[in-house]
Design a protein around this ligand. Structure first.
Ligand code: FE2
Length: 368
């Protein structure tokens, strides 16, 4: 029988830097969409599916470590593992493939220039979603949680924090928000930007409002554009959580759930919001809700000083009309299942069963 490994175990191995060869056997197109960091790629999918093991017959791999074979759903990767096992490798197949891997995560501490505050970036590496735990004194806040509540509990517990605030920057379209679930489990206040979309109870946040996290403060800064309600949060003037408004190398798309005219209007709002963000001190750290590349197990936070972001952003916002044109003429394909994901996020529900059925695939929230 084919040996298997689950996402959580492989995640633990990679996080602990144990020696393992991850062999991605998918097609070039699938590989280009998203990949496991550090994995090798051999396009053997069609050959193996057609019963031709030759694709892996001569493949040279280290023999002193296990091999984990990966495909999209964990079926053809079993054939790959069988072929490699016959060749003498300690081979196993990633159960559920890249779809299951969508839930894998790692964490990195963000170095902020304000020692009484600690910030951890929790990265959903199988998808590119970034969420944050901010700890100060004995309290913590979580922003944009996108993986299981246990992950945030564990970080808070390790540092002696109790999670008092769970905050979303906006109603997400690419992943199911875990904010409601985390707030329910911790008894924390569930906070969302004030809007009429959410059909569940939450504490609305308005522009300029301050949220205490122990002795630290998060100040709400309305930054509409990606969505109408998008809110950024400024931490003690040392960092800003920008959601999908501003990334380290791009900006949020303005078109989801919007007609072409509405998308242009939203692009204009985003232009004004970016101007607003650029008014923050230049050494403020920009901490976004997404990255468009698979995230390595390197413990390095995805972040950029506003001064560095401004190097490319200033060119983008030199003219409003050119900005609107850039945003609306260069739209990536809409994220898979986003209508259903938005519906569930507006209802504050998680689907019964496996959330990755809806969430699989890379996020496509950014325009770069
Ligand atoms: Fe978004």
């Amino acid at each position: 029988m084919t040996k298997q490994i689950d996402t959580e175990t492989l995640r633990d191995w990679l996080d602990a830097h144990l020696p393992v060869t991850v062999l991605d056997i998918r097609t070039d197109d699938d590989r280009a969409q998203w990949a496991i960091p550090g994995s090798l790629h051999v396009n053997a999918y069609e050959a193996l599916r057609n019963g031709q093991p030759g694709a892996l017959a001569d493949l040279v791999l280290p023999s002193d470590r296990p091999v984990v074979t990966v495909c999209n759903a964990g079926q053809v990767s079993q054939t790959a593992a069988d072929v490699l096992a016959k060749r003498g490798f300690d081979a196993r197949s990633l159960a559920g493939g890249m779809k299951a891997w969508s839930l894998a995560w790692n964490a990195a501490e963000v170095r902020v220039a304000d020692p009484p505050v600690q910030v951890f970036q929790v990265r959903r590496i199988g998808k590119g979603c970034l969420s944050y735990v901010i700890g100060s004194g004995s309290d913590a806040a979580v922003i944009d949680p996108s993986v299981a509540p246990d992950v945030y509990h564990a970080i808070a517990q390790q540092h002696g924090w109790s999670i008092q605030q769970v905050i979303d920057t906006h109603i997400h379209a690419d992943h199911l928000s875990r904010a409601g679930e985390l707030a329910r489990q911790t008894g924390a206040t569930l906070r969302l930007p004030a809007q009429l979309r959410a059909r569940f109870t939450f504490a609305p946040i308005v522009d300029g409002e301050s949220i205490r996290v122990g002795p630290a403060t998060l100040r709400a800064l309305a930054t509409p554009g990606h969505t109408q309600e998008s809110m950024s949060y400024v931490l003690n003037d040392v960092a800003v959580f920008t959601g999908d408004t501003l990334f380290t190398n791009g900006v949020g798309r303005p078109d989801l759930h919007a007609s072409p005219d509405a998308a242009r209007q939203r692009a204009r709002s985003l232009f004004a919001s970016l101007m607003r963000l650029q008014q923050l001190p230049s050494d403020v750290l920009v901490l976004p809700a997404h990255t468009s590349e698979p995230i390595a197990f390197d413990g390095r936070a995805i972040a950029a000083r506003l001064a560095d972001v401004s190097k490319w952003l200033s060119g983008w916002v030199a003219s409003e009309s050119a900005f609107v044109e850039r945003l609306t003429s260069n739209l990536p394909p809409t994220p898979p299942n986003f209508v259903r994901i938005v519906e569930l996020n507006e209802a504050g529900e998680l689907p019964a069963g496996d959330p990755t059925d809806l969430e699989a695939g890379a996020n496509r929230c950014a325009i770069r």
